[in-house]
Design a protein around this ligand. Structure first.
Ligand code: FEH
Ligand code: ZN
Ligand code: ZN
Length: 355
């Protein structure tokens, strides 16, 4: 059990391993708010950050990892607003400029000043060039970035800020196309996909069809409410189209983003459908006419989500509609958790809990 110490899992140099080290206790000034971290989720993007080549990301090392954080407000700067000391919160992860049109609307994930912030190596947010929440304490720039979670368990709350919010935003992007008798395909039932299945079932009337390379992930998809699940096979597109009554899926949510999943998406999409590419699997898709995509296809690259959406995700979780499949690790076992995520050995979302 930490003695109120300030441990942090830090990326000290590009290409080096994350190390657990002592850091000075942050002191909140101005609008800043200090959070005692209760849980911090691991994300595939953490692996991309850890593996990044020097200069490939607009971040300066060293910084603490962790962009999926829940905890309790313990100290506020003199100008702080938002949740008071003692309140339990989840941290909205994309930290924008806070004042442009997009940030004013709560869409800091699409901050208009992001290019300038990146040019200054300001960082995208907690754990993404700024000190993050794989730590005992997290300093947040403003109370506007905090959403109260009441008595929701921290290991359930933390993943809502990234996995839950990203899945919700992706569903929101395609929801207009859904309706009775329609089908949506979810490619990849991992930390984000299993939440997308639940969100689709909770907020649309579409049939949900899931694809994953792991049998246990298909079992998770079924527990989350998917109507059908299949391992990828040579005839997967035909099998899935058949499940849609032959017309195809009005939307495909690709949480993998690999060549094979994008290829499968082109084979199952209905004309005039929606392809949301969420995963950063490095796959490429030729967008040309005529080409592999059905006529009328709309492609989106949804990124994270908005503050109002995070409030809705927290509300779904607090009412018991959204449940995160979690694998806990003590903060002191962060390196092992990171390697477990890398090897694909984590079931659902890996979450670090300060020990
Ligand atoms: C964060 C930063 C950069 C790329 C992708 C991400 C996602 O993990 C956010 O959900
Ligand atoms: Zn992430
Ligand atoms: Zn902004």
């Amino acid at each position: 059990m930490s003695t109120g110490g300030t441990r942090a899992v830090r990326l000290t140099r590009w290409g080096g391993p994350p190390v657990i080290t002592e850091v000075p206790r942050p002191v909140p000034t101005g609008e800043e708010v200090l959070i005692r971290v209760e849980a911090a989720g691991l994300c595939r993007s953490d692996l991309h950050v850890i593996d990044a080549r020097p200069g490939s990301l607009p971040y300066r090392t060293p910084f603490t990892l962790g962009h999926e954080v829940a905890g309790r407000v313990v100290e506020q700067g003199p100008l702080a607003t938002g949740p008071a000391v003692g309140e339990r919160v989840v941290v909205y992860g994309p930290w924008g400029c806070g004042s442009c049109a997009r940030c004013a609307a709560g869409a800091e994930n699409y901050c208009d000043r992001r290019p300038a912030l990146d040019a200054d190596l300001t960082g995208t947010g907690a754990g993404l060039g700024r000190d993050g929440g794989m730590a005992d304490l997290l300093l947040v720039p403003s109370g506007r970035l905090l959403v109260p979670v009441g008595e929701l368990a921290a290991v359930q709350a933390a993943p809502l800020s990234d996995a839950g919010l990203t899945a919700y935003h992706a569903v929101a992007t395609v929801r207009h196309a859904t309706g009775d008798g329609t089908s949506v395909v979810v490619l990849g039932v991992g930390g984000l996909g299993h939440l997308a299945v639940q969100i689709l079932r909770a907020t649309t009337t579409a049939q949900v069809l899931a694809v994953d390379v792991r049998e246990e992930a298909l079992a998770l998809a079924e527990r989350c409410g998917a109507h059908f699940g299949t391992l990828p096979r040579p005839d997967s597109a035909a099998v899935l189209r058949d499940r849609t009554g032959g017309v195809g899926a009005v939307a495909v949510l690709d949480f993998v983003g690999s060549r094979s999943t994008l290829e499968l998406a082109t084979g199952v999409l209905r004309a005039g459908g929606e392809l949301a590419v969420v995963g950063s699997g490095g796959g490429e898709l030729s967008v040309r006419k005529p080409g592999v995509l059905p006529p009328g296809t709309r492609i989106s690259l949804p990124f994270w989500g908005t503050l109002p959406e995070l409030e809705r995700v927290v509300a779904l979780a607090r009412e018991g509609t959204l449940k995160v499949e979690v694998e806990r690790f003590a903060l002191s076992r962060a390196p092992e958790a990171i390697e477990g995520l890398r090897s694909g050995g984590v079931r659902g979302r890996a979450v670090l809990v300060p020990d």
